[in-house]
Design a protein around this ligand. Structure first.
Ligand code: ADP
Ligand code: MG
Length: 323
């Protein structure tokens, strides 16, 4: 049986938005939820933690139906984007807040362990006003873990931080997950972040699940065009440009599956002759090239700058997705 099950979960904001989905998650899993702004990510977390109630459906956590359980009885941890530490308490008091029924010595020991876990040993007496954004989020994590939640929900916890720090802290969050074995649902609008740290990723759109699976599976075999586009760069062109297909079907091709002026391409490649080069951008690992072919735009990578006006393209046939 799954550790968390959401069955036919519905939340309707009349005339505005409907969340309508089912999914489950295993014990010890780190599940990332990605989706455009307004797709229902925060609404789903509100239902899970009990700030809001579903209009229909059930939530089963660790074998118990928690759908009607009040928030304080759910033992679910939350970390938000804004640094929501208690301003009148120091770091140790913030972390101890959720520790119940344990002695002062155990609280101190546990606080020290948690600070060590988030890489901030010795921060006990610091005021929360003097913490950097990254430190504040680490303390928020420690505080959430201190209460020994059955599951930890993180809603864009790194969004307010700059890119290099975000990259470091996402690794820290993955390590904390592996050490504590606390199941986590991690919401982000950053696809790269989700792919980097998740066991599975779920793509939400307009309140519905478009895809759920291992990052590599979602990237290589997206079940629909929305998931294909949302999970990475790619070109969408009529299938008829690649084959004799006369239907209205669309082909989706990842940039790494298109080669420019490939010598001896072989049978596995479809050749598109005389594509016009629209732009060639330096992206440090090479160049990102935009092209036009019979009225459709394509993109691919090149190892060096493309200077000619037209090129021949070789498209890897076995990697073309058809929608
Ligand atoms: P996300 O977190 O994916 O950006 P949200 O879950 O916050 O999206 O919001 C999904 C949609 O539901 C949005 O269109 C939002 O305006 C709407 N919404 C969220 N909460 C409420 C509410 N309490 N009343 C009415 N509409 C809401
Ligand atoms: Mg949100």
């Amino acid at each position: 049986m799954a550790y968390l099950e959401c069955n036919g979960l519905k939340r309707i904001f009349p005339g505005k938005f409907t969340l309508d989905l089912s999914f489950d998650m295993g014990e010890n899993e780190l599940l990332c939820i990605i989706g455009p702004s307004g797709s229902g990510k925060s609404t789903l977390l509100s239902l899970l933690c009990g700030v809001d109630s579903p209009d229909e459906g059930r939530i089963i956590l660790n074998g118990s139906d928690i759908t009607d359980l009040p928030i304080q009885k759910r033992r679910i941890g939350m970390v938000f984007q804004d640094f929501s530490l208690f301003p009148t308490m120091d770091v140790a008091q913030n972390i101890c807040y959720g520790m119940k029924n344990i002695s002062k010595e155990d609280k101190d020991r546990r606080t020290a362990e948690l600070l060590d876990l988030v890489g901030l040993s010795g921060f006990e007496k610091r005021s929360v006003h003097n913490l950097s954004g990254g430190e504040a989020q680490r303390i928020a994590l420690a505080r959430a873990i201190a209460a020994q939640p059955q599951i930890l929900l993180l809603d864009e916890p790194l969004s307010a931080l700059d890119a290099p720090l975000r990259k470091r802290l996402r690794t820290v969050i993955r390590q904390i997950h592996d050490e504590t074995k606390i199941p986590m649902i991690y919401v982000t609008h950053d696809r790269e972040e989700a792919f980097a740290i998740s066991d599975r990723v779920m793509i939400l759109n307009k309140g519905k699940v478009e895809a759920i699976g291992k990052p590599q599976d979602v990237y290589l075999n997206p079940p629909n065009l929305f998931s294909a586009r949302f999970s990475g760069e790619g070109s969408v062109i009529p299938m008829s440009l690649l084959t004799e297909d006369t239907s209205e079907k669309l082909a989706f091709i990842r940039p790494e599956d298109i080669k420019i002026n490939k010598t001896n391409p072989g049978e596995n490649y479809i050749i598109l002759k005389d594509a016009a080069v629209l732009s060639s951008e330096y992206i440090t690992s090479g160049f990102f090239v935009r092209l036009s072919y019979k009225g459709s735009e394509l993109c691919c990578y090149a190892s060096s700058e493309v200077k000619s006006e037209t090129v021949d393209l070789a498209v890897r046939q076995d990697r073309v997705l058809c929608f």
